[in-house]
Design a binder for this molecule. Structure first.
Ligand SMILES: [Zn+2]
Ligand SMILES: [Zn+2]
Length: 421
């Protein structure tokens, strides 16, 4: 029986891996420019962290977690997202005692037991940022700038930014009551899930994907009308700052996000060009999270981007640049007994910073040249009896087909010509 990768997982083969490297380089470089530093947390955590940090009633926690008992009967969970682990690390290492805000980013695999579909896997990758310790609306704008900058540097200028404010616990509670009053008389029109959950969490009716629920809420009051003065002015500052810097957005009353700990700004980013499932990421403010995870009362804001979705977008929209990594030098050995010299020369070239390779399967001279071509080598060094006796090497430029006899200064010669390209 052939063993295959588990359902919902996949291999990133070398041809794809170069795209990931390209994407990650843009992400890391942009995050660095914005003053975010990388944090790496464990792949698994205590299950309780996600129950507390994400919320016991969310789909992630109730249905989608990879939870297991280790040999000491501890309940552990493969991380389904990155915010709760960052929050745990912030508290565990008292990072809030230093300069605020603490600005972190992470990039890596996450795990959810979800139904696999296009661009959605059980082991998937996220890039995310978290900024802890400031309530400034300018910080909300900054994380959105960072997100947009990454998309633009990847060539994804055609994005849609959806924006909303979900208020604070006080004004949201007002709105919840109002919403329940409006839902109650029409609850028969809602989908089965919403009929059950609307009393507990009426906001979820707003972002329910069922058409019946969509229709039922059309003329309902919006959260906007219920925002308290603080929340309302926070939201307008965010909007003004985005406008002043040329960032278009769509105000979206139904953007309430699934997680309980969100406050104020909520946003989602869509790339319409990739089809029905166009959301590539989102985030928002979560001023209640650090405290609910057992830390001090400390505000925070962040977002996460799904890298599989992003890759789907750049592939589909043709944004990936030419990523072939040609070889600088290939060494062709004309006689078996010259292998030791070839190996030493190869090592020397690599130590000097050139990419260099040779054949390891005893190919003929002609077959070696073919291989050099296939690997995209820009120069071939020919090593034969004449060369060894005469203490020189023959260098062939694979494009112009010119040949050079080099006695000294091989590396500077190659370097100068490679740099000239
Ligand atoms: Zn409020
Ligand atoms: Zn519904």
């Amino acid at each position: 029986m052939k063993i295959k990768a588990p359902r919902g997982t996949y291999d990133i083969l070398p041809e794809e891996a170069v795209k990931w490297q390209w994407m990650e380089q843009i992400i890391q470089e942009t995050a660095r420019r914005f003053g975010y530093r990388e944090i790496r947390t464990p792949i698994f955590e205590h299950t309780e962290l996600f129950q507390r940090g994400i919320g016991e009633s969310t789909d992630i926690v109730t249905k989608e977690m990879y939870t297991f008992a280790d040999k000491s009967k501890r309940s552990l969970t493969l991380r389904p997202e990155g915010t709760a682990p960052c929050t745990r690390a912030l508290i565990e290492h008292s990072q809030y005692n230093g300069t605020l805000p603490v600005k972190w980013y992470y990039i890596g695999p996450m795990f959810r037991y979800d139904r696999p579909q296009t661009g959605r896997y059980r082991q998937f990758h996220q890039f995310g940022v978290e900024a802890f310790g400031s309530r400034s609306p300018y910080l909300d704008a900054e994380v959105i700038f960072l997100l947009v900058e990454i998309l633009q540097r990847m060539g994804l200028a055609e994005y849609e930014l959806h924006l909303n404010s979900v208020g604070c616990p006080v004004c949201r509670e007002h709105y919840r009551q109002k919403l329940i009053e409006h839902i109650a008389p029409v609850k028969e029109k809602l989908c089965k899930d919403c009929q059950v959950r609307y009393l507990q969490n009426p906001l979820r009716v707003l972002d329910c994907k069922e058409a019946s629920c969509h229709q039922a809420i059309v003329n309902f009051p919006t959260l906007m009308d219920s925002l308290c003065d603080d929340c309302s002015s926070h939201y307008s500052m965010v909007q003004k700052t985005l406008q002043a810097n040329g960032i278009d957005y769509i105000h979206d009353d139904n953007l309430v996000r699934g997680l309980d700990y969100y406050t104020n700004t909520a946003f989602e980013i869509h790339i319409p060009g990739i089809g029905a499932q166009s959301a590539v990421g989102g985030g928002g403010r979560y001023d209640g999270l650090v405290e609910s995870c057992g830390g001090p009362s400390l505000p925070g804001i962040g977002f996460a981007l799904g890298l599989e979705r992003l890759l789907l977008a750049v592939d589909k929209l043709g944004c990936v640049p030419e990523l072939r990594q040609p070889l600088d030098v290939f060494i062709t050995v004309m006689q078996d007994d010259l292998e030791p010299q070839a190996i030493s020369l190869l090592l020397k070239l690599r130590q000097q910073g050139l990419s260099a390779d040779k054949d390891y399967s005893g190919k003929s001279g002609r077959a070696q040249m073919k291989l050099a071509d296939k690997l995209g080598a820009r120069y071939v060094i020919l090593l034969g009896e004449d060369e060894i006796k005469g203490n020189f090497v023959t260098v062939r430029d694979m494009q112009s087909k010119e040949q050079f006899k080099i006695e000294e200064g091989l590396v500077p010669f190659l370097r100068a010509r490679l740099d000239n390209r």
